[in-house]
Design a protein around this ligand. Structure first.
Ligand SMILES: [Zn+2]
Length: 187
């Protein structure tokens, strides 16, 4: 399994590297929300000029808050931002979606087929969760049609959350092929 490669690499890493001790409060006093896309690994920080200790990085599938969690802003992302703001000194937030996101136009048929292949019964799940159809399933996942629209919506959920103070919240989209940032909504 891949985890064995990771453990082997890690043994070498800790033997060869001594990391500087730095504080847990982000130097740039910023939290960055982005997607879990594997193509963002390392590239994201390089494209933004971010070093270890600079910012909080929060990742969700699609850099989004799913539809059912938007009302009342009751999501793990809001909880994490609250921790960053109240406990770690964050005073600025950037939500950064990306082009070619896997959650854009997610296909309900492909999703339910994959669930069935992996032994999860989508019909049983939908009944248990009170979902009307497979579109509710992809909504639960956080699927969206347009990355720019999604970024604006997530920015607004964060701006309007009663759990969070009024601080600048920006919305951007990063090109997954070039790393170019596009400002969508400046806070
Ligand atoms: Zn994505």
């Amino acid at each position: 399994m891949v985890i064995d490669d990771i453990l082997a690499h890690n043994q070498q890493f800790v033997q060869q590297k001594t990391l500087p001790i730095i504080g847990h409060a982000p130097r740039k006093r910023m939290a960055v929300v982005t997607c879990m896309d594997c193509r963002l690994v390392t590239m994201f920080e390089q494209a933004l000029g971010l070093e270890r200790g600079d910012v909080l990085e929060l990742r969700t599938a699609g850099a989004t808050i799913s539809q059912p969690e938007r009302e009342g802003a009751a999501s793990d992302l809001i909880r994490s931002l609250a921790g960053g703001i109240y406990l770690l000194g964050v005073r600025e937030v950037a939500v950064i979606g990306h082009t070619q996101c896997g959650l854009a136009r997610a296909n309900p048929t492909a999703m339910t087929a994959s669930m069935q292949a992996l032994g999860v019964d989508p019909d049983k799940l939908m009944r248990a969760e009170g979902m009307g159809d497979t579109q509710d399933l992809v909504n639960w996942l956080g699927a969206f049609n347009d990355v720019h629209v999604n970024v604006r919506e997530v920015v607004n959920v964060i701006r309007n959350s009663p759990f969070l103070p009024k601080i600048p919240v920006h919305g951007l989209v990063i090109d997954i092929e070039t790393g170019k940032l596009e400002m969508v909504d400046r806070g």
